[in-house]
Design a protein around this ligand. Structure first.
Ligand SMILES: CC(C)(COP(=O)(O)OP(=O)(O)OC[C@H]1O[C@@H](n2cnc3c(N)ncnc32)[C@H](O)[C@@H]1OP(=O)(O)O)[C@@H](O)C(=O)NCCC(=O)NCCS
Length: 221
């Protein structure tokens, strides 16, 4: 367990406390469901729930990658995925899940292939951003605005610190003002604008670890 809170802004008398814990392989379905329903940017959602389930299973068990789960009211209300070695994650996904994942979404995968290759290519070479990468985060709409997202980002940064990493980055859609505001609140700053997928503007945001999160960023900060 990474922490739990029941102070102002997290949970509340009617919602109950929220806790954040490390996700296991058995949490992959819940993370895939939230990703498919709530994350429209990027192309992964278009590959379907079985593909996402395999991907999150791999994230939960590949060395150097991790999944954190937020729970409230007895169910999974959010997740965050991170990696300190995205190259290893993608290689192990391709090697161990590639065929099955391809079979679960053959037509969609072929049409998404250019964006898959752009993603695999992202961060390659020595000039990529340093440190751990925040891969995805989502919070159930009925739990938003209570610092659950902030708590998950805080958990992600804590995992990096535990692994002795000193920097973190995230690529976020330039039009995702809510996520950009949340990352800023957790200490990230925009460092570069980029076009990871042709025609889609993204922003690279980076922070040092431990981050200089803004004060009062919620309980546990
Ligand atoms: C982005 C997301 C995870 C935020 O979750 P959340 O639990 O509502 O976020 P928090 O309550 O922790 O908010 C943290 C900070 O983000 C900012 N923020 C949150 N919601 C905001 C909104 N609707 N408008 C502007 N800023 C907002 C605020 O600065 C807030 O801090 P404050 O309340 O102290 O001012 C959630 O909106 C979500 O799941 N979005 C869809 C998925 C997504 O876009 N993921 C990111 C790309 S992978």
């Amino acid at each position: 367990m990474l922490g739990s809170g029941d102070g102002p802004g997290v949970g509340g008398p009617d919602a109950g406390p929220v806790s954040v814990r490390v996700g296991m392989v058995g949490d992959a379905s819940a993370a895939a469901l939230l990703h498919g329903q709530l994350i429209s940017e990027g192309f992964l959602s278009s590959l379907g729930s079985r593909f996402l389930r395999r991907l999150y299973r791999r994230i939960a068990c590949a060395s150097g990658s991790f999944l954190l789960i937020a729970e409230g009211g007895g169910s999974t209300i959010g997740f965050i995925a991170g990696s300190v070695d995205v190259g290893h994650l993608y290689r192990s996904f391709l090697l161990r899940d590639g065929v099955a994942a391809g079979l679960s979404a053959p037509v969609r995968l072929v049409s998404a292939l250019p964006r898959v290759l752009e993603t695999l290519n992202h961060g390659r070479g020595g000039d990529g951003p340093a440190g751990g990468e925040l891969l995805a985060v989502a919070v159930d709409p009925s739990w938003r605005g209570r610092h659950v997202g902030g708590r998950l980002v805080e958990g992600f940064l804590g995992e990096l610190e535990r692994r002795d990493l000193h920097a973190a980055h995230v690529v976020v859609g330039a039009d995702n003002a809510t996520a950009i505001a949340m990352y800023r609140r957790s200490g990230f700053s925009p460092t570069r604008s980029l076009e990871m997928h042709r025609g889609t503007r993204s922003v690279l945001m980076e922070t040092v670890v431990p981050s200089r999160a803004m004060p009062d960023a919620g309980p546990g900060s």
